[in-house]
Design a protein around this ligand. Sequence first.
Ligand code: MCN
Ligand code: CUM
Length: 783
Amino acid sequence: MALPQTELRPMGKPILRKEDPRLIRGKGRFVDDILLPNMLHLCILRSPYAHARIRRIDTSKAEAAPGVKLVLTGEDLAKMNLAWMPTLAGDVQMVLATDKVLFQYQEVAAVVAETRAQAEDAIQLIEVDYEPLPVVVDPFKALEPDAPILREDKEKKSNHIWHWEAGDREETDAIFREAPVVVKQNVRFQRVHPSPLEPCGCVADYNPATGKLVVYVTSQAPHVHRTAIALTTGFPEHMIQVISPDVGGGFGNKVPLYPGYVVAIVASLKLGVPVKWIETRTENIASTHFARDYHMTAEIAATEDGKMLALRVKTIADHGAFDATANPTKYPAGLYSIVTGSYDFKAAFVEVDGVHTNKPPGGVAYRCSFRVTEASYLIERVVDVLARRLKMDPAELRLRNFIRKEQFPYRSPTGWVYDSGDYEKTFKLALERIGYEELRKEQKEKWARGEFMGIGISTFTEIVGAGPAHSFDILGIKMFDSAEIRVHPTGKVIARLGVRHQGQGHETTFAQIIAEELGLSVDDVVVEEGDTDTAPYGLGTYASRSTPTAGAAAALCARRIRDKARKIAAHLLEVNEDDVVWDGAAFSVKGLPGRSVTMKDVAFAAYTNVPDGIEPGLEASYYYNPPNLTFPYGAYIAVVDIDKGTGAVKVRRFLAVDDCGNVINPMIVEGQVHGGLTEGFAIAFMQDIPYDADGNCLAPNWMDYLVPTAWDTPRWETDRTVTPSPHHPLGAKGVGESPNVGSPAAFVNAVLDALSPLGVEHIDMPIYPWKVWKILREHGITE
Ligand code: MCN
Ligand code: CUM
């Protein structure tokens, strides 16, 4: 049951979300709600071709169209040295195309007009003379020697972008040479898109009178955007204010800087009035950052009795036309090397090659924790392949290979140091809660009757909370995060953080942390994020990093306030500071529990009655650089039944047992898990962005790219174990992405478990009914 925001000692309690009254009543303030005087509207003309040379662009008719104030092409931007912009991955990307286009829906020209309708009409009047070029959509073909070179702007005359590896090749190969059992599986993680309800957009507002540029933008990382805008445009950073108002879902889609933002800024600088650009659904799906698109091969070397020895992984990563993933600089394949998962391998070797194709850029988005989704799906799938080969129960195989609780902190063969975990305990809870033994019995009976029921397991390990700054940066900016807290005279608090939520409930959970540390209630604390003029510098919300980084900063910042408050309390209590004790609600005198002052008393005194030698006021800031990442984990079990007539998979039950250390708000964590499972379910069964041979995007809308409704979505069962992070000040780990990282493998393993009597080894996602139906038909099960 949810609790009111007036609750004291709110840590760990299901406090009602502070943001909901405004969001549920439609009173949120999103970018498209921002209306400014004299505001103009921008629309972008996009390429119908996936690969074509631009011979000529004629904008004269568009310029003469009603209401049109400005038409911009790549040539215009080139004069300002803005035809290209840096990506977060150290590559460059065209803002508006100059000589050629590299993917369908790429930005070619833009119109600014008095109304959006006028701008949309006018872009149709721009004439572009394209010369189609050969298209490459398959990354394997892109690597062939005679493949057309897509990026003529680059020195390297190849579509190969980079090679990256982790682990020990020789040691791994040596184990494989001797191993009694080796299994190998090719697994594709298809191209998907986070597709948030609110697409991307911005309002750029340059005021020639003040010289200030305000950019309202759908941003998960406002400070990074401000710095990137300053670096890209040369505009002085202190004259740029980035405001990320309410964001209608991000899921990683709103981390990068998009061409539309740059064009809107240029237009506002040129015209001296605000310019709004809001994407359509199709523009969002077909041009902004996609997710996954990994072609993976994994091999496991094992003993006959099921001890896993080594893991070898080879991957081709389709990055599209520009390498624009929002990865930390040192990790072009993100944190994919967590692929050894929850298992104690002796050795592992992982290699990834990034490749250009004629598709939109991206790769890191959609609740992915920097490619951990791909890694978890791969290892959890191949462990099942091994279980099948060994004729072992997949639960038994996992239990035999888990990293044991006494091995933590555990150094993985690819170099990560897992902070804490008790995989066996969590998994056994899941097996017991789902009734694993009985389900296996039921399954045997069903198989005997010719019915297909499956049980799918995924016991994954996540890695979230980037920094540590020594090895994590974006655009060279070290990955720490921050909090600033001001306590007003009446004991009310405003707290500002360097992250920016998009629905995760930070206004509540971070208020809970601060209220707990200061002995206040949640409704005493306002949490504000997203305005670079007021918030301390931070790297933003993605990769489930907010709780591990800004959450820690909030706690430590509040403790700084408490340290100062103790001095003032000593003065009020007329005792030595050493004699003052804090009991979570008030300061009292050691041994004299009757005499106490609350944080509210101290706050008032901080402005009205400060002792000599102490600065007036009560505020602090904290920049937190985490010593390590946090490693949440979980045990997920899906139970499915297959309809023999149609091949449709019905998810009968799904249990998610998560461990994200100490929990700040169990209701919010449960909501995060429900949302992530729903997305994982969609990826497993309905989402894909395919391209035809000409590079046409075949799912550029919500008719073809499916987003699950409440009707499609299974009922989620959740539970939890608590293994605190030893290095986080609250013992908390991140959780936002765990359910999407962990769940796809459970769904797919369940379907393959159901079909195991037919000897089916693997089916690539999405598992559409027709794929299953075809298999049933091939086996004469259905007509
Ligand atoms: N929390 C908690 N106790 C913990 C861990 C987390 O109470 N031990 C709470 C947090 O305080 C926060 C929420 O759970 O309110 C999620 O926290 P965290 O795991 O730190 O993740 P972030 O806040 O950094 O959110 C990012 C994550 C990512 S990367 C994607 S993608 C995603 C996700 O969150 N996008 C979302 N969940 C989303 N939920 C919504 N509604 N909208 C999105 O766009
Ligand atoms: Cu990878 S999606 Mo989230 O990190 O914003």
